[in-house]
Design a protein around this ligand. Structure first.
Ligand code: SAM
Length: 335
């Protein structure tokens, strides 16, 4: 592993290899891509109005309870594809009061890992039930520890509650990761407090580059902060080494101390489409083969015998190398 310094950052990224140097960026991995992970957006509704997600798109209002109509679809998909994991997301999935029951229904399908992505505002009272239902890992979105900045990004206060929920979830034995989108001029001053909080509490944090999603505005152009810039800020305090990237991982990890790492999800600077194995399902039963492609196929009422053809069509929508942006916001398609 190479020590990373600001002067070597650019070249480090250009030469970056995947998976213990067995796979390089030049190799075409797209031929062998299969869907192995499913992300299910059980509702597009959210209690927060994050700057990057609430794009102004008008979303049809739904009852969160409608998510249960997705179970037979997920069962058929799992039968066809043999998922390694299913991640429940949204919108805000914890708006669905029957979320533990939903997890339990997925558990009955013998899906090896059931995970959740949430803003954690409503999560704490559900933690015990979720654990019993079989939930393994929780990714918690937290873009700031500073309540003022948190409110500026999400439209509401809640950073203190989210921190408390993170600690509670760890105590209860969940695998917890923090996801933080970093935006120029908005929260780059939160990188170090968030990283130090994660290191102190032994949690993995991943810093996300802002993705160009939602209704076209100049928001992305104005606030995009690259992986190089994020690493440059961290380097002012810590030396770190890049770790080998795992196959199909969205995140690259950097090691600071013996056991302590942080990640960067660099959708724009270093896209990971070439070995992407994710399929998305929204609350209406539409599948999306690629985050860059708004095209979807509705599976409601479709016979399972048609799934192989439909899935091949969904796979053909995947980008080869580069995330090209989307007019859908993440809460529609499921982050
Ligand atoms: N409400 C839940 C939450 O906040 O975690 C789940 C849904 S949210 C859409 C899932 C993830 O997508 C969050 O970590 C959020 O930060 C990320 N996300 C949303 N819009 C994004 C964008 N434009 N660029 C990068 N990440 C984005």
């Amino acid at each position: 592993m190479q020590p990373v310094t600001p002067s070597t950052l650019e070249t480090t990224f250009q030469k970056m290899t995947l998976n213990n140097s067995a796979i390089t960026c030049d190799q075409d991995l797209t031929e062998n891509r299969t869907f192995k992970k499913l992300r299910v957006s059980i509702t597009p509704e959210c209690n927060l109005k994050c700057l990057y997600c609430d794009s102004g798109n008008t979303l049809a209002r739904t009852e969160a309870a409608n998510a249960f109509h997705l179970i037979p679809i997920i069962a058929n998909l799992h039968q066809s594809l043999g998922f390694s994991s299913v991640r429940i997301t949204g919108g805000e999935p914890a708006l669905q009061k029957r979320l533990p029951e939903f997890v339990g229904r997925l558990q009955e399908l013998e899906i090896p890992e059931i995970n959740l992505t949430t803003n954690a505002i409503f999560l704490e009272p559900m933690l015990d039930e979720l654990k019993l239902a079989g939930l393994k890992n929780i990714n918690i979105s937290l873009d700031s520890l500073d309540e003022k900045v948190y409110r500026k990004i999400t439209g509401k206060s809640g950073a203190v509650e989210v921190v408390s929920c993170i600690q509670m979830a760890i105590e209860k034995g969940f695998g917890v990761k923090i996801n933080s989108i970093i935006m120029k001029g908005i929260n780059e001053n939160q990188i170090m407090p968030l990283l130090d909080f994660a290191l102190t509490n032994n949690i993995i944090i991943r810093f996300l580059e802002l993705m160009r999603m939602g209704v076209e505005t100049d928001f992305h152009k104005k606030h995009f902060l690259s992986e190089t810039e994020i690493l440059g800020i961290i380097f002012q305090k810590y030396n770190f080494e890049e770790m080998p990237r795992k196959y199909a991982s969205t995140s690259k990890y950097y090691k600071i101390f013996q056991q302590q790492v942080f990640g960067v999800i660099a959708n724009h600077s270093d896209p990971f489409c070439r070995d992407c194995d994710r399929l998305r399902l929204d609350h209406l039963g539409n599948i999306y083969g690629c985050l860059s492609n708004v095209e979807s196929i509705n599976l409601c009422g479709k016979d399972a015998s048609r799934y192989p053809d439909i899935l091949a069509q969904a796979m053909s929508l995947k980008q080869k190398n580069t995330f090209t942006g989307s007019s859908l916001s993440m809460r529609q398609i499921g982050g």
